[in-house]
Design a protein around this ligand. Structure first.
Ligand code: PA5
Length: 472
């Protein structure tokens, strides 16, 4: 399995030859974009060479992975729970890995069944009821907390840090620090300062790797390793994809082709919604991870030359087969404004036959005899794909030979690179997030953080002026 091509990209149903010119890309349109795409690939390589795109080097960072495993081995067996606290790029990768690679009901397994590894929880939202609910079902004394924040200042993460550390201090005293792992910038930020003072175990997020590109750093790898995921296989998978995307030709580089097709579909065919629809519950977290990556990287007001562009396609996550009974109606008959990307797994870990015993089957269910959940899933996927194609709805499919640490590593890398190429196509900075920062600044100002007084005054004026007329 290792050396086989384990992730494949099929874009036949994106093409005009299959779904017509109004919705599909013509070979001429692809030809027109070929040389500029190749130019973008070369630019990215140059930027990589001068160290600007550090996320592309992460698959080769065996040193960090080794340090993580050493830490995991030194604390294994000491904790019943691991709670990861973080948001956005500091949580979605963790959730994606656990959902994809751990048992679907991992936290319900016994400690023995989990191989001695702790239960895993992720606290991202600061919903007070959810927070309190988690504290009710774990014993803080038996729990390791991993606070993840690149900036070291994010209000949601740091407020939970204060609550949890105060609780731990009350319960355990000064040894509370043995229950904290901080994952943050190597030098900067409040969490780093506290870590240095208190002596928490800590990991560094490389300065040049942005939150949503950090899943293959200690951000995603520590909690993965704490549940027994093979983090070297994740990295190896990502390195395989790096190899598969070496070419400067759209025809030989799936990330470049993917970026070119999404861009053409958006800008020439008006498809401004990008649906990702894995036929796998395990890939639901990956879908959410992708949506953040795409939205935050490409949804931009300004182009690189500072013109106002307000660009970006809206990512939406659906799940096969669940959304066949929900969103699919809209995808089939609603506006022609979407591209659907399916993810299909060829070989699930388990094969679940329906039944072969005729006595168990009602006559109108006899057609299910000899089938399995596996081939019903496959039939439903093929059927949906076919139906959408018949309706001239552009769609493409990423097929995984199996869902493993290696193929998940490949997916992470493929879509990170594809997003970086897309930044080139859209001519925007795929690595900043001024919109997200604006939200953080308003939160600081409204909560009275020092240094944000002027913004607080502006907000107060806006709030005074706010119309109150139209509410019921
Ligand atoms: O991708 C990003 O930059 C963001 O989604 C951040 O990850 C998110 O806002 C959390 O920031 P931080 O890790 O600094 O707490």
């Amino acid at each position: 399995m290792e050396d086989k091509k384990t992730v494949q990209f099929d874009f036949n149903n994106m093409m005009a030859g299959v779904i017509g010119e109004e919705n599909g890309i013509t070979e001429r349109e692809l030809k027109e974009i070929e040389s500029v795409a190749s130019q973008f690939a070369k630019e990215l390589k140059t930027e990589r060479t001068v160290g600007k795109l550090q996320f592309l080097e992460l698959p080769y960072d065996e040193k960090t992975a080794t340090e993580i495993l050493e830490t995991v081995n030194s604390i294994k067996g000491r904790f019943k729970n691991l709670v990861v606290v973080g948001l956005g790029g500091s949580s979605l990768g963790n959730i994606a890995i656990h959902t994809a690679l751990n048992h679907p009901f991992y936290n319900l397994l016994s400690e023995k069944e989990r191989g001695g590894f702790p239960r895993i929880f992720v606290l991202d939202n600061i919903d007070p009821d959810r927070f309190a609910g988690l504290m009710e079902v774990i014993s803080p004394k038996e729990t390791l907390f991993n606070f993840i924040t690149k900036s070291g200042t994010t209000v949601e993460t740091m407020s939970q840090f204060l609550i949890i550390t105060s609780l731990l201090r009350d319960k355990i005293g000064k040894d509370y620090k043995n229950q904290i792992i901080a994952t943050t910038d190597r030098e900067k930020g409040t969490l780093r300062n506290i870590t240095q003072r208190e002596g928490f175990i800590s990991f560094s997020i490389p300065a040049g790797v942005g939150g949503r590109y950090s899943v293959l750093t200690s951000v995603g790898l520590f909690s993965a390793a704490m549940s027994g995921v093979d983090i070297f296989a994740l990295l190896k998978g990502a390195a395989m994809m790096d190899e598969m995307c070496k070419s400067d030709s759209v025809w030989e580089n799936p990330a470049l082709m993917g970026a070119a097709l999404y861009f053409l579909s958006h800008t020439r065919k008006g498809k401004n919604i990008l649906v990702v629809m894995p036929y796998s519950s395990a890939l639901s977290g990956f879908g959410d991870w992708f949506c953040q990556l795409w939205a935050e990287s490409l949804g931009k007001k300004f182009s690189l030359n500072k013109s106002v562009v307000h660009t970006g396609a809206t990512p939406v996550r659906a799940i096969g087969v669940v959304d066949q009974h929900s969103q699919l109606q809209l995808y089939m008959e609603g506006p022609y404004d979407k591209v659907i990307t399916f993810f299909a797994i060829e070989q699930f870990n388990k094969n679940i036959p329906v039944t072969n015993k005729e006595r168990d089957i009602e006559s109108d269910l006899i057609y299910l005899k000899g089938h399995s959940l596996n081939n019903i899933m496959r039939a439903e996927f093929e059927g949906t794909r076919l139906a959408l194609t018949e309706q001239r709805r552009p769609n493409c499919t990423v097929t995984l030979a199996e869902l493993s640490a290696s193929t998940l590593g490949q997916l992470f890398y493929l879509f990170e690179l594809e997003t970086a190429y897309s930044g080139k196509f859209y001519n925007v900075d795929a690595f900043d997030q001024p919109g997200v920062e604006a939200g953080k600044i308003n939160a600081f100002a409204m909560l009275g953080k020092k240094g944000f007084e002027q913004r607080k005054n502006e907000i107060n004026i806006l709030l005074q002026k706010a119309q109150k007329k139209y509410s019921i």
